[in-house]
Design a protein around this ligand. Structure first.
Ligand code: NDP
Length: 306
């Protein structure tokens, strides 16, 4: 059996096309241009790439965007001052502060300082609370994108046993809440979970979001299960590439060119057991950016009572 690959890139293009169309109408009819401010602290290369592609996507869809880069040594107070300024800035509808933040910064303080109406990442306690209570607010982009993937592929969630690996505020926790609201029966697993692999074997749906290379193996999956691989891990050794990718030619080329290739939390060979699987890259990643654009458009409309 070979799993059907869930094409996150294709779905993300659909979502972005819808956003682009609405942004155009908003500008033509009301002269409103949704604006996103992306804040990055320090020089983490991966963060630079993520923020760069978020800003580029804004430009390609007709949204206004600003990128603020602060030094690695920035204090919580300095970052708070920028967040407060952006909260007041009329041209900005959405504020995102790229994670991870340097150790000296109190991330909780920062997320709580972002105005809930501009919190397009859905990390503010008010928005997390609204999600828990199934009220309308901003939902974290990655799990929101995964729900869109289910919807647009016509994959029913209600009544299914969904196992979420990871309980972070960015992915695991909001994912579990969204699945619960969609009437799945949800089990959350984390680093202290016992007999985790017995639990995943019972799952109709597995969401793997722990950041551990190829953690989920063919042995851990019920045949035909829907497997969503959120993890982004880097492989930089040829032996690892040969070990994990049965079809390794392209991956070795990539390794030679870039010095690394990406792998998820799910062993690629799981496509022989799962019914549906998201690839890495090209699965969940593009959906996250598309949902950020959708959330920024929503923020622009809500802030003006539209
Ligand atoms: P965090 O490090 O914040 O959370 C990891 C979670 O996984 C924690 O809940 C932790 O448990 C759990 N965990 C870690 N190791 C194990 C283990 N061995 N067994 C069981 N549970 C474990 O990570 P994020 O949620 O931010 O990200 C997870 C992954 O998803 C990363 O690879 C990240 O790069 C990727 N990601 C991808 C995105 C995309 O757009 N594709 C977006 C966001 C993240 P505990 O709580 O007990 O510590």
């Amino acid at each position: 059996m070979s799993a059907k690959l869930l094409d996150g890139l294709k779905i993300s293009k659909e979502i972005k096309a819808e956003v682009e169309k609405e942004v155009k109408i908003l500008f033509e009819t009301k002269e409103i241009k949704p604006g996103l401010a992306a804040v990055i602290v320090g020089n983490d290369p991966a963060s630079q790439v993520y923020v760069g592609s978020k800003v580029k996507t804004c430009e390609s869809l007709g949204l206004y965007s600003e990128k603020h880069t602060l030094a690695e040594s920035t204090t919580t107070e300095e970052l708070l001052a920028l967040v407060n300024k952006l909260n007041e800035q009329d041209s900005i509808d959405g504020i995102l502060v790229q994670m991870p933040l340097p150790k000296q910064i109190d991330a909780d303080k920062i997320f709580s300082a972002i105005s809930p109406s501009k919190d397009v990442d859905g990390f503010h306690p008010e928005n997390v609370g609204k999600l828990a209570l199934k009220q309308n607010g901003f939902v974290a982009c990655t799990p929101a994108g995964i729900m869109e993937l289910f919807k647009r592929y016509g994959l029913a969630v209600a009544g299914k046993h969904a196992v979420v690996l990871g309980r972070s505020r960015i992915v695991g926790l909001p994912m579990a809440l969204l699945l619960t609201h969609s009437d799945a029966t949800v089990t959350i697993c984390h680093s202290k979970t016992q007999k985790l692999r017995e639990i995943t074997k019972e799952a109709d749906i597995i969401i793997a979001a722990i950041g551990r290379t190829a953690f989920v193996t063919t042995e851990d999956i019920k045949p035909g299960a829907i497997v969503i691989d959120v993890g982004i891990n880097k492989l930089s050794e040829e032996t690892e590439v040969l070990r994990y990718f049965p079809d390794y030619t392209k991956r070795l080329e990539e390794l030679e060119k870039k010095g690394y290739t990406l792998i998820g939390d799910v062993e690629p060979v799981c496509d022989t057991v799962a019914g549906y699987l998201t690839p890495v890259p090209g699965g969940v990643g593009p959906l996250t950016i598309a949902m950020l654009m959708k959330n920024t458009l929503k923020a622009a409309k809500l802030r003006r009572g539209l």
